[in-house]
Design a protein around this ligand. Structure first.
Ligand code: NDP
Ligand code: HSE
Length: 403
């Protein structure tokens, strides 16, 4: 059955999607064994966008588009958490249609509510592109690893931050200049504080944790930090000398008494998986009890990479191939205890005056390694303890994630 598609949002992602659906129509139809047509589009302004949109009905209000069209698949590529965006998707779901969205911000806050609305109306929500840009993270977790208990998820989940951290490290350019490049390249959110303050990576990790562990979306309880000023350029150089690079890393792990779920700027070994992920690339390591580590790496942001993941959702819809939104019915999602970051037990790097720090370590039975002056690596210690030992001392404590 030919399926009709309506697209809300014609920015970086929406416009790439339209171009690719036109350019690749034949192959998509062959591979889905079905046909489709774009029938309508929506954006704030009807300005010329360098792409021929004349065959599609135009709406400057996406809610009006849902009310006045009879598409099978509605795309939400506008961004925003509440307001018109939420109204639009609710209207799509109430109509019993397929919603495909790239919007992790909205899903992290309203995912369960929207999933229930979808269940009530026999509608579907697909959101592969909302996590990891073009990487099929969700397909891996929901389908490829469906028989596994998930032991851990590690992720570089924000392309803008990874681009900034690795470019600053490699070129010595200023943070502000590199952020502005990332914006021009279409990687950053409309409000880039969502990227650099860690919200975006936290939203993505919270959705993966919910699906991986079968728990309610932990976005409001999880811990996250951004990358602003977490290390000086000089400290980044010192860390490099002992084999570490800075990354924004998400970690989600079940513990005996709850879950540790956090996204933090950290140091990673230069010669391990995450240390080799550079530029706008994202990566995730998902550990399952049957298969061990599954590692996926690829373009984490940008119009075409994101459109690639959206087309995978569109093809699933053309084939009527659906999974439940969170891999179980919404009512089965468990309430989970999310542990504070102070419960983290792991490695830390401390940058500070060794004359002040060394005696502190001795007094507290803490062993350290340091091969560079005023840089210490401490292993296997609880964050609560290291915080108390360092209380009142002028130094910079940076977590190390060995992934
Ligand atoms: P842009 O800001 O480039 O585009 C947003 C589009 O939505 C614009 O066409 C805009 O219209 C339209 N829009 C915004 N508000 C309204 C409104 N009130 N009514 C009608 N149209 C509206 O965003 P992106 O394409 O970068 O991102 C879109 C979504 O995709 C976001 O949720 C983002 O998080 C997600 N995403 C983005 C990625 C990326 O690399 N950029 C990667 C993965 C996900 P107009 O053009 O007229 O202003
Ligand atoms: N701003 C996001 C990023 C887009 O940089 O990763 C992809 O979700």
């Amino acid at each position: 059955m030919n399926k009709k598609i309506a697209i809300a949002g014609l920015g970086t992602v929406g416009l790439s999607l339209v171009k690719k659906l036109v350019e690749k129509k034949e192959i998509i139809q062959q591979r889905s064994n079905n046909s489709f047509d774009i029938i309508a589009v929506s954006a704030r302004s009807k300005k010329s966008r360098g792409v021929d949109l004349s065959n599609y009905e135009f709406f400057d209000n996406p809610v009006e588009m849902v009310k006045n069209t009879d598409a099978d698949i509605y795309l939400e590529l506008m961004g925003g958490t509440n307001g018109l965006t939420l109204d639009y998707v609710k209207n799509v779901l109430k109509k019993g249609k397929v919603l495909i969205t790239a919007n992790k911000a909205m899903l992290a806050s309203y995912g369960e509510q929207l999933s229930e609305l979808a269940d009530e109306n026999n509608a579907k929500i697909l959101f592969e592109s909302s996590i990891g840009g073009g990487i099929p993270c969700l397909k891996t977790l929901r389908e490829g690893m469906v028989g596994n208990n998930i032991n851990a998820i590690y992720g570089i989940l924000n392309g803008t931050c990874n681009y900034i951290l690795t470019t600053v490290q490699e070129t010595g350019k200023s943070f502000a200049d590199v952020l502005s490049e990332a914006q021009k390249l279409g990687y950053a959110e409309a409000d880039p504080t969502f990227d650099v303050e860690g919200y975006d990576a936290g939203q993505k990790l919270s959705l993966m944790a919910s699906i991986g562990f079968g728990i309610k979306i932990p976005y409001d309880e999880m811990y996250f930090e951004g990358i602003l000023d977490f290390m000086t350029n000089e400290q980044i150089k010192s860390a490099e000398k002992i084999g570490y690079s800075p990354r924004l890393i998400g970690v989600a792990k079940p513990q005996s008494d709850g879950y540790l779920i956090y996204t933090v700027p950290a140091l990673v070994p230069v010669d391990k998986t995450m240390g080799n992920i550079k530029g706008v690339v994202n990566g995730c390591i998902i550990n399952g009890d049957m298969v061990g580590d599954i590692i996926s790496i690829g373009a984490g942001a940008g119009g075409d990479a994101t459109a690639s993941a959206i087309i995978s959702d569109i093809v699933d819809s053309l084939k009527n191939n659906y999974t439940m939104t969170f891999n179980t019915s919404t009512k089965n999602l468990k309430s989970a205890k999310i542990l504070p970051i102070t419960e983290r037990i792991g490695k830390y790097c401390i940058f500070g005056d060794e004359n002040i720090l060394k005696p502190k370590f001795g007094d507290n039975d803490i062993k350290y390694l340091n091969s560079v002056k005023d840089v210490f690596v401490i292993e296997n210690i609880k964050e609560e303890k290291i915080n108390s030992v360092l209380n009142g001392i002028n130094c910079n404590l940076v977590r190390i994630e060995d992934c």
